[in-house]
Structures are given as structure tokens and as C-alpha cells.
Design a protein around this ligand. Structure first.
Ligand code: TXA
Ligand code: MG
Length: 353
């Protein structure tokens, strides 16, 4: 199929929103920018559209999709509203964080097909804040199921060029809205249980959620690898996500020790004829010797590290490195989301010094 690529401008945003809405109404797929990462959207109430999303990504169909909405009116049509406590928590979070990078898991209304929720009776919902995403969602008047617009197993796309790399020829339309702001996917919180449960860390931190909800727990799958026989609450957590093609190791410890260790190991591996990549920071990049050294941002701003993370992983792929060493980060603020993604990219291989 020929994929139409549209560069969004102030002038064409209305016409583009109409065009995307037409594609969605006919069951087709449109990739679009959000404030977190690019999404691969289809009509979330159309099970054939959901099947097309799984096919385009090469994604297992037990991994449920997030519904993207424009307003609260739409929200109430997608969930069961009989549990007052759950609804009060959702409304309190929506007041503070929507539109924005937070996804809530709630009991699903009957109109949402199981193809969209991966067979679950719960549904993930998010109201994005990105101007382009909002324009599209307001125009189409349907909930848009949208996973990240990468091929399954590749890092999430943070610019239209990443989406084009993975999706050109597989979907009807790609809307190029430039680089995204945040760079890691939304925070996911499950509100269906007695205690709200963080399933995926993101820009909205556990502390921010606790300020609204009181107690919030974190699902064990956020910290460690889960076995194939385990069913984590967010089914997506069991896959090796965000993975670069090379194998990757995270190195933790005091900064000087980390640099010495990585340089020594990189030297040994290069002597064996391997091509080595190092994920450094602005502060350390000059101190490494390897085939490819990429700074993921400055330690002064974890937001910059989150913003650059997936691009850096894709750049290592492009450089065809065999092995990547990465520095690790403090888990405060956005660092929690960064470390969660890095651990997954590394298949939880960590060296502690
Ligand atoms: O920032 C984001 O959330 C991006 C943009 C496009 O909005 N989307 C995104 O979607 O990251 P995706 O499909 O790549 O990740 C969705 C995650 C998966 O880990 C999935 O298992 C989990 O959400 N999820 C979806 N529905 C769920 C449900 N009903 N219960 C538990 N987890 C759910
Ligand atoms: Mg994804």
C-alpha cells in the first residue's frame, strides 16, 4: 500500500484532521504525533481496525491497545460507571493530568471489542495533550486505539522519520508533526483494584500520583523481568521492548568506576573484532573510547535523557554495533521511566560495580 505522508502546518491542520478522520471512519490506520511518542491509530470500536494495527506492528494480539480520547464526555461512554470509588479516582486524576501523558486502566464498557483490549474486561484510556493529536481526536469523534507506531520489538518512535522507517507501506497515512516532547510512553495506572497500581512509569511520577490518590503501589514487573509463564498486569511488560539489535549491558556505580570499567571492557571486545557502542551523557562522552559513543543527554536534566533515549537506541542500530554499554541513572523523577526502558532494552543485564 502507498502511505501518504503529510507534514503538518498551521495552515493544513484542519484539512489533515478531516482526511485522517475519513481514513479512520473507513477502518484504515493513521500514525500521528502525541506528546509522548508517535501513535499508530485506528478506530478503537472497530475490531477489524484493531486487527490491522496488530498486523501492521507485527504485535501479538494479546497485548491490548490504549484508547485515545478528546474529552470527558467520550470517556464516560467507554467505561463501566457502577463503581463510585473507581470513578472518583479516575476523575481526580483526569482533573490534574488530562490532557497529558497518563493512561488509566478501568473496567470496559460493552461497546469496546475484545480485539482492542486483547481479550481483557478492562480498557486503557488516555487523553493526549499534543495539539495535533487533539485536533484529530476532536474531528473524528471516535476513540482511537493507538499503540506506539513502531514495529513490535523496536524502540518507540519519537520523530516522524522513525515512523516512516517502520511503517512506510504498511498503513494509509503518517502525519509528520516533528519531534515529540517527552520521548517515553505515558505513565499507566491501573484503577481497577483496591489500591491503585502503577504498571508503567512515565513523565507522571509515582509521587505525583500519590499526591492525588494517596497510596499507589508499583507492579513488580516494573522492576524485574517476568518469566514467560507469568501474566503481568500490563501484558506489554512481558515482551523485550525497545530493544536495539545489539545486546546491551547497563553499568551501575560511581561515575569514575563506570567509565573505567566500560573503557576496559570495550577495549577487550574491540580486540575480538566486535563493534562497540557506548551510551554516555554530555558530561562523560569525551572520556570514552569506542566505535560509536552517543550522548543521551545531560545528567542535569533527566527530561533531556528521556527525550533522546529511543532515538539513541535507534542510532546504535543504524551504526550496526554488536554490543552496547550504557551508563545508568538515578530513578528520581523521570529517571524511573528512563531506567525502566533501559532495563528492558538491556534484557535486564546489569553490571553493578
Ligand atoms: O504514550 C503512550 O501511551 C503511547 C502513545 C501513542 O499514546 N502509546 C503506547 O501504547 O505506548 P503501547 O501499545 O505501545 O503500550 C500500551 C501498554 C502495553 O504495555 C499494554 O500491555 C498496556 O498498555 N495496556 C493496554 N491496555 C491495558 C489493560 N486493559 N490492562 C493492562 N495494561 C494495558
Ligand atoms: Mg509500544
Amino acid at each position: 500500500m502507498e502511505t501518504k505522508i503529510i507534514h503538518i502546518t498551521k495552515e493544513n491542520i484542519e484539512a489533515t484532521a478531516k482526511e485522517a478522520a475519513d481514513v479512520w471512519a473507513q477502518g484504515g490506520l493513521v500514525a500521528f504525533p502525541t506528546e509522548t511518542v508517535y501513535g499508530l491509530g485506528g478506530n478503537g470500536l472497530n475490531k477489524e481496525a484493531s486487527k490491522k494495527i496488530y498486523a501492521a506492528k507485527g504485535r501479538p494480539s494479546d497485548n491490548p491497545l490504549i484508547l485515545h480520547i478528546a474529552d470527558m464526555e467520550q470517556f464516560y461512554t467507554l467505561i463501566k460507571t457502577d463503581n463510585a470509588k473507581i470513578i472518583a479516582r479516575a476523575e481526580a486524576l483526569a482533573d490534574v493530568f488530562w490532557p497529558g501523558p497518563l493512561t488509566m486502566i478501568l473496567p470496559k464498557a460493552d461497546n469496546i471489542p475484545y480485539e482492542t483490549t486483547g481479550g481483557l474486561d478492562t480498557v486503557a484510556i488516555r487523553m493526549p495533550s499534543h495539539l495535533v493529536a487533539r485536533a484529530l481526536l476532536q474531528e473524528c469523534k471516535m476513540p482511537i486505539a493507538a499503540p506506539s507506531a513502531n514495529l513490535s520489538g523496536r524502540p518507540s518512535p519519537t520523530s516522524a522519520s522513525h515512523v516512516i522507517e517502520d511503517m512506510n507501506g504498511r498503513i494509509e497515512m503518517i502525519i509528520d508533526g516533528g519531534d515529540v516532547g517527552i520521548g517515553v510512553e505515558s505513565t499507566i495506572i491501573d484503577l481497577t483494584g483496591e489500591v491503585p497500581m502503577l504498571l508503567r512509569p512515565g513523565f507522571v511520577t509515582p509521587e505525583m500520583l500519590q499526591q492525588v490518590l494517596g497510596t499507589v503501589e508499583t507492579d513488580a514487573a516494573v522492576y524485574r523481568q517476568v518469566g514467560k509463564d507469568v501474566h503481568p498486569k500490563a501484558p506489554g511488560m512481558k515482551y523485550r521492548h525497545y530493544a536495539p539489535k545489539a545486546s546491551m549491558v547497563l553499568v551501575e556505580g560511581a561515575q569514575d568506576k563506570v567509565i573505567t570499567y566500560i573503557n576496559e571492557e570495550a577495549k577487550k571486545k574491540r580486540e575480538q573484532g566486535l563493534r562497540i557502542g557506548i551510551m554516555a551523557t554530555d558530561e562523560s562522552k569525551e572520556l570514552y573510547k569506542a566505535d560509536v559513543v552517543i550522548s543521551v543527554g545531560s545528567r542535569i536534566s533527566m527530561d533531556s535523557v528521556a527525550h533522546n533515549l529511543f532515538r539513541a537506541l535507534r542510532d546504535f542500530d543504524e551504526e550496526n554495533v554488536d554490543f552496547i554499554y550504557s551508563e545508568s541513572f538515578d530513578t528520581s523523577g523521570c529517571g524511573f521511566a528512563v531506567m525502566n526502558r533501559l532495563l528492558k532494552a538491556a534484557g535486564h543485564q546489569v553490571v553493578k560495580l
